[in-house]
Design a protein around this ligand. Structure first.
Ligand code: ADP
Ligand code: MG
Length: 240
């Protein structure tokens, strides 16, 4: 379909598969909750950025995704909007059940940024979010997890500390069906590879996995082969 191809090249989008859903022009073209539409307006996210235009419908189709786009291109919302829809579609968790969506991020600053973006939507959507990262009190974070969280944003090291802590009732990964690795290149550069793999080994294999990265070096490509299933690769604005 040349119309779709033209629109993709206008957006600067490249994909590795013919079976990729069409990029959207307007938020109204994907099935988003009415509350989300109101919040997108409120925060002046008038229309999708190029990476959002292609990855939001692709993620919503249920496929595993590798999204490559430079910093500042709007990757956070690109995974959060499908994530909210996924989590809202699951039965509410009972006490003691773990999160449904897990987002991994390389640093405390980035984790807190994702958490802040998440909170803009989650309160109105009635979803509970926890953020766990190093360099801050672990007991408060454990408290948040114990109270229950539908969505958890983490740095890999602190997540491992919490999962390995003696009290197994803090949380667990049994219900995780939506996994995001944000800034994958940085996480692996920083040496979080073993921790990330250890966490993922404890998540059910039929999950949906989304990986976002600014670059896609061979090291990250090899990891992607291990943890993603038949991923669609979406590059916005050329590889950096
Ligand atoms: P990245 O993760 O790709 O570096 P971010 O998700 O942090 O980018 O987004 C960069 C900035 O763009 C943020 O300030 C965010 O609020 C803003 N932004 C994201 N999506 C949109 C949109 N659709 N319309 C307007 N601004 C947006
Ligand atoms: Mg980002």
């Amino acid at each position: 379909n040349t119309e779709v191809q033209d629109y993709r090249s206008e957006l600067g989008i490249k994909i590795n598969s013919k079976k990729c859903p069409k990029p959207i022009q307007l938020w109204a073209q994907v099935g988003l909750n009415e509350k989300i539409h109101l919040l997108l307006k409120k925060y002046q996210y008038e229309k999708p950025t190029p990476i959002q235009a292609q990855t939001v419908p692709a993620i919503m189709s249920g496929r595993d995704i590798i999204g490559i786009a430079k910093t500042g291109s709007g990757k956070t919302l690109a995974f959060l909007l499908p994530l909210f829809r996924h989590v809202l579609a699951q039965p509410k968790s009972a006490p003691g059940e773990g999160m449904i969506a897990l987002i991994m991020s390389p640093t405390r600053e980035l984790a807190l940024q994702i958490y802040a973006e998440c909170k803009k939507f989650s309160i109105i959507l009635g979803l509970r979010v926890a953020c766990v990262y190093g360099g801050a009190s672990i007991s408060e974070q454990i408290g948040d997890l114990k109270r229950g969280a539908d969505i958890v944003v983490c740095t890999p090291g602190r997540m491992i500390d919490i999962l390995c802590a003696n009290n197994k009732r803090i949380t667990n990964l049994k219900r995780v069906t939506f996994l995001v690795l944000d800034e994958a290149d940085r996480m692996f550069d920083m040496g979080f590879g073993p921790q990330i793999m250890c966490i993922i080994d404890n998540i059910r294999p039929d999950r949906q996995t989304i990986m976002f990265s600014a670059t896609f070096p061979p090291k990250v490509e090899n990891v992607a082969k291990k943890i993603l299933t038949r991923p669609l690769e979406i590059v916005a604005g050329g590889r950096s």
